[in-house]
Design a protein around this ligand. Structure first.
Ligand code: ZN
Length: 75
């Protein structure tokens, strides 16, 4: 295993239909391996966050719990 550089992204989607006139956008955090050319989703949070910031923070919290530290950018 080489160095793992996990990144967090936020995916937006519409909430469940029938809950208001306009379906609200909900946000979920996803983690992917930066070195993966396909950027396959390695993890996704199971929440429906109200904002991008909340979702991103959720992802960062998850990342903090992982044993592998994010790789530094120094060459
Ligand atoms: Zn979450």
């Amino acid at each position: 295993m080489g160095p793992v550089a996990m990144k967090i992204r936020v995916m937006a989607s519409h909430g469940p239909p029938g809950r208001g006139v306009i379906p609200a956008l909900v946000y979920r955090a996803e983690a992917y391996d930066e070195a993966d050319r396909f950027r396959e989703c390695k993890w996704g949070c199971s929440h429906s966050h109200d904002s991008v910031e909340h979702a991103f923070n959720c992802g960062m919290d998850w990342l903090d719990d992982q044993p592998a530290e994010p790789a530094s950018e120094t060459a």
